[in-house]
Design a protein around this ligand. Structure first.
Ligand SMILES: [Fe+2]
Length: 216
């Protein structure tokens, strides 16, 4: 079996990042896919992205991948603050996932991940109840054909891969999303995720956070 054929056979385990609701061409058939962790995607404002990037620009290495924490003034300063903006989104998330109201989000840490080519983010989970990833920069120029560079079953170079469960027939276990500046994903802290290294010029920069939640 060729590499291409093998990849195609594994496609059925991938969720569609553009449309999380499966569709059917048969009228009268309702498709239910109720299990699994909730992931939400939204766009944060250009003002917040610029503010975080301005701080990060002064702390990143221009040549090597690095990680560093965001100080409190960046997280809690400004109107609306980053923490308030994310708090509102967490409130919506909790309502959607559990039907409950958020009482308090206790933020543990916000940090920046700055990566250059050939840097992997091995699959991992976070501490706390809920986590988020915000994309701040994407590489300007990547290797032609990078989009087709599959590691296994659609885990594309530089994409954020969420992994849940095993290779099980009729069940999705992978969601691979393309980093776009401003895109913000909320997900349970226990959900496995990672990124395969990209090849190209420039920086892939993201912000992550962990929080524990008190709900009413
Ligand atoms: Fe992570």
């Amino acid at each position: 079996m060729t590499e291409q054929q093998r990849t195609r056979r594994l496609r059925k385990y991938e969720a569609n990042p553009e449309n999380s609701s499966p569709s059917s061409s048969n009228a009268g058939i309702e498709l239910l896919s109720p299990f699994g962790p909730l992931i939400t995607k939204t766009k944060l404002s250009v003002e917040l992205i610029d503010k975080i990037n301005l701080f990060a620009d002064q702390h990143i290495s221009k040549t090597e991948s690095s990680e560093f924490m965001l100080p409190e003034e960046i997280v809690f300063g400004g109107v609306p603050s980053l923490a308030d903006t994310i708090g509102r989104l967490i409130n919506d998330y909790v309502k959607e996932a559990e039907g409950s109201q958020l009482d308090r989000a206790i933020y543990e840490v916000f940090w920046i991940v700055s990566q250059y080519q050939n840097t992997p983010s091995p699959v991992h989970f976070h501490s706390g109840d809920i986590s988020g990833v915000l994309f701040l920069k994407v590489p300007e120029k990547t290797d032609p054909g990078q989009e087709e560079r599959n590691y296994i079953s659609g885990r594309k170079a530089g994409y954020l891969n969420f992994i849940e469960g095993n290779k099980q027939r009729f069940s999705k276990s992978l969601l691979s999303v393309k980093p776009e500046v401003g895109d913000f994903y909320l997900f349970p802290g226990w959900l496995l995720h990672g990124a395969e290294p990209f090849i190209g010029e420039g920086e892939r920069r993201s912000m992550a956070f962990n929080a524990t939640l008190e709900v009413k």
